[in-house]
Write a protein that binds this ligand. Structure first.
Ligand code: GLA
Length: 732
């Protein structure tokens, strides 16, 4: 069955996934009008949704003549230009050579083909001929001959549609793009809520749900990264939508730099959403024949609430975005030395941690920051990717050999995009950082961004990193990025190209990461940016996991991981069991609970194992085994948020269900105990109603319906922050 069709007569495009439909139509004056996105409506072309009325004060393009009912200001469009009578937020803006800025985009042609389009130098979902189809519609601004190619990737089984835009200057004059959004989506009503994920360093992706209001509202980052402050994933949903019911639409930008998602509720109560690169400090010069590609947005629709929407994204990313061979295979469980030692270690200390790790059943030792150059604090060393022999006497290969000798894998931390002023590299190449001539540079964590828009800088840094990785067969790399991008000016670019620096920086990061993953396909790669400051779909194209937050406090993590789970698979969230009192909050939480919370992610340890008591080590051994036994559920199962840490002050509970519904695990944390306590019932999801499930601890039997409809009482235990843990298996 074809999933993209075009009706020559009615000029309607229909894009169908298993459970969603997307339609648009070429209407009067070659205008591409958006008709519908939502539940699958089968073969019906929903052209009846468009009614034209005389809108008096709304502009009419010249070609409409005396027809005052044709106004771009009120029509739902697929991708809008500027200066054409539509005064709403728009898809694109340019500056022509004469200083004018009008763009009127008209349908010119289209092509439907099998397989998914790809973008050059940008991460994107991939799909072969059996998995995806592509629609490419060419729009043209006839005066300038600017061509705008709207790209659609349709993944029928995954229920996602991707969008991106390719802009080509086929005219004779120069054009400067001022705004190039990746997509636009018009809805005929305003009755929706916006869900977005805001935060800060150590407290990322906190969920907020707000009703849309008239005018423009936005979610954005101008920090050069996708940021801790606002994640590039948003949801629009019906006011009544819950985890299990109701309409919702997801928009995930596959990009790791400045971005903006704007939503406008207009005068006619219509809603328009645009998403793409932030127009702030952005311009892109296109000479005759030049082309620009926007990043991709992955859109998804669910009629069954937010839980189903998350499953769509989780499945899509795990099967057609993340490329790593580790995506659906057990990953080595690691111990990271950062919270154990910070900068203060030597090779003996590191080896001792590795030895202890081996004894409790961990698979890999990860050497974090501080192993290179003169790196004894935040103030120096970045850029000098040669081992610090004062700390690691005998060099890295010797230490790695010793660690591997006891049967442990070895991983290492790098921060390739940065430079410290106190470094050999800076003394040699002070012009290799981003810096504005004649101005002092803004420091952050006392470091500067390398100007990786420059090829020679990228090649030099990666060359140094490759030397390290080649010298000691590394199994894992943690790529960190510990400041926002600032001092945005490249000494290597002319004045008229400075508006490209932010974007070229991101392209530079992608090129470096691509070089790394191509050269070392067997290395497990984890992204990081001060924890989760670059937790986005773009990064997942390169690495199957991202360090979720620098906050390892189990109770704070409940909110962070809950928020992250809306848009990202659980297996992508780096989560470590750390020491108590916790280093970020000073809070004390039982080790069982810390284990349960870190198991809702890519499990690991981050503490000085030498300081653990025998009893704690025994428990750690058990926790590692338990995680290994459930890892397949984390990696390939469905994840259900059974309660919200933002609403429920008593407990937080979540559930993993295998795709075949034969096994389920319920985990959670009882936040506080009360005297003479209430009984709290939780209701499981995603099971077979008729099937019989066995509680693997009590051996009691329940039908799926009983677990889902009658519920399970949560355990009543003494103390706060106690763990909740159930496992049920289908027995009949
Ligand atoms: C960032 C990371 C941490 C750690 C430190 C090292 O904050 O998120 O995990 O690697 O840098 O400097």
């Amino acid at each position: 069955m074809k999933h993209i069709t075009y009706n020559e007569e009615t000029k309607v495009f229909r894009l169908n996934t298993n459970n969603s439909s997307y339609q648009m139509q070429v209407r009067e004056h070659a205008t591409l009008v958006h008709l519908y996105y939502g539940a699958n409506v089968g073969d019906t072309e929903v052209t009846h949704r468009i009614i034209s009325l005389d809108r008096g004060f709304s502009g009419n393009p010249y070609e409409a003549g005396e027809d005052r009912t044709f106004s771009l200001d009120v029509l739902p469009q697929e991708y809008s230009g500027y200066g054409n009578g539509d005064y709403r937020i728009n898809g694109m803006e340019v500056e022509h050579e004469d200083g004018s800025d009008a763009v009127r985009l008209c349908y010119e042609s289209h092509q439907i083909r099998k397989g998914k389009y790809s973008l050059s130098g940008l991460p994107a979902m991939y799909g072969d001929e059996d998995e995806a189809e592509t629609l490419e519609i060419v729009l043209c601004d006839n005066i300038s001959n600017l061509k705008v190619h709207l790209l659609y990737g349709v993944f029928p089984k995954l229920d996602v549609i991707t969008r991106a835009v390719r802009i080509k200057n086929e005219g004779e004059k120069q054009i400067t793009i001022q705004r190039a959004m990746s997509m636009e989506m018009d809805y005929p009503n305003k009755n929706m809520d916006l869900i977005h994920f805001y935060g800060r360093h150590c407290m990322e992706r906190l969920k907020e749900r707000l009703p849309l209001h008239h005018g423009v509202q936005s979610v954005e980052s101008k920090r050069g990264t996708s940021s801790h402050q606002h994640n590039p994933f948003v949801i629009l949903c019906d006011k009544k939508t819950t985890e299990t019911h109701g309409d919702c639409y997801g928009f995930a930008l596959v990009y790791s730099g400045n971005y903006r998602c704007e939503i406008e509720v207009d005068q006619m109560e219509q809603t328009r959403l645009v998403m793409g690169i932030h127009p702030y400090h952005f311009s892109y010069r296109l000479n005759q024949g030049d082309m620009f590609e926007t990043p991709e947005v992955i859109i998804a629709y669910s009629a069954e609430g937010l839980g189903r929407l998350s499953h769509i994204y989780h499945d899509a990313y795990r099967s057609n975005l993340i490329r790593s061979k580790y995506v659906n295979t057990p990953r080595p469980i690691l111990v990271n030395n950062w919270e154990a030692t910070y900068f203060d270690f030597n090779e003996e200390k590191l080896f001792n941690i590795a030895k202890e790790a081996k004894e409790i059943g961990l698979d890999m030792f990860v050497l974090d920051d501080g192993w290179f150059g003169k790196r004894d604090s935040d103030y120096s060393g970045l850029g000098d990717w040669t081992v610090n022999e004062e700390k690691i006497r005998g060099g890295l290969p010797k230490l790695v050999k010793k660690i591997k000798g006891i049967g442990m894998k070895f991983g290492i931390w790098i921060e390739p995009e940065m430079i410290s002023e106190d470094s050999e590299l800076y003394r040699k190449h002070p012009d290799w950082c981003l810096r504005i001539p004649e101005r002092h540079m803004n420091r952050s964590r006392h470091q500067l961004n390398l100007d990786i828009t420059r090829k020679e800088v990228r090649e030099y840094v990666m060359g140094q990193i490759f030397k390290v990785l080649d010298s000691c067969s590394v199994d894992y790399v943690k790529w960190d990025m510990n400041r926002s991008v600032d001092n945005v000016y490249s000494l290597a670019l002319p004045k008229e190209r400075q508006g490209e620096v932010f974007h070229r920086y991101v392209l530079g990061v992608y090129e470096m990461m691509e070089a790394l993953v191509q050269r070392y396909p067997d290395i497990l790669f984890e992204n990081c940016s001060g924890g989760g400051g670059r937790f986005d779909a773009g990064m997942l194209y390169y690495s199957p996991q991202i360090w979720c937050s620098d906050n390892t406090d189990a109770i704070d993590r409940l909110k962070i991981q809950y928020g992250t789970s809306f848009g990202y698979p659980i297996s992508t969230m780096g989560a470590h069991l750390s020491v108590c009192p916790n280093h970020q909050t000073g809070r004390t939480t039982p080790q069982e609970t810390r284990g349960i919370v870190a198991s809702a992610g890519t499990f690991g340890f981050e503490l000085d194992l030498e300081h653990m008591s025998a009893e704690e080590k025994e428990l750690a051994k058990k926790q590692i085994q338990e995680y290994k036994a459930m890892e397949h559920l984390v990696q390939t199962g469905d994840y259900h948020r059974l309660s919200s840490p933002f609403k429920n002050r008593d407990y937080v509970v979540w559930q993993f269900v295998s795709k075949d519904k034969k096994e389920t695990i319920v985990h959670g944390v009882m936040l506080r105990n009360e005297a003479n306590p209430h009984i709290h019932l939780i209701y499981l999801r995603g099971l077979e109603s008729e099937a019989v499930y066995k509680d693997m601890e009590t051996e009691k039997l329940y039908t799926g319906a009983a677990l889902m409809k009658a519920g399970m009482p949560l355990p009543v235990k003494q103390g706060d922050f106690t763990p909740i843990q159930f496992r049920f298996c289908k027995v009949g």
